[in-house]
Design a protein around this ligand. Structure first.
Ligand SMILES: [Zn+2]
Length: 109
């Protein structure tokens, strides 16, 4: 962007034109806001990565639950303790549910 008075190039975070001193009409006051947003985004990304890594518990809960193993229950509980994500919690509940179904079948036999 360019100074409205002298036409020289000015940066949006410079309050005054460095060449003629005219107030920069493109000046952006709240540069900090953008920085905060970026930090928030990074935090969210880190949180997502953490969740992606630990989604292994939900998957294991489902697999072992489907196979009727105690590990289905174990991973389901570990998952429920660690996850805040609804989808992953649901997977854990299903894993535990499958394990419970298997236990009922075993008892009935
Ligand atoms: Zn100027």
């Amino acid at each position: 962007m360019y100074c409205s008075y002298c036409g020289k190039e000015v940066n949006e975070n410079q309050k005054h034109c460095v060449y003629c001193g005219t107030e920069n009409e493109h000046y952006v006051e709240n540069k900090n806001e953008e920085v905060i947003t970026n930090t928030e985004l990074q935090k969210n990304t880190v949180q997502e990565n953490k969740d992606n890594v630990s989604s292994v518990y939900a998957i294991l809960a489902l697999i072992f639950g489907a196979l009727g193993g105690w590990l289905g229950l174990l991973f389901g509980i570990i998952g429920l303790k660690n996850y805040t994500d609804t989808n992953k919690r649901t997977m854990c509940y299903i894993g535990i549910g499958l394990w419970a179904v298997w236990m009922i079948i075993m008892i009935l036999e």
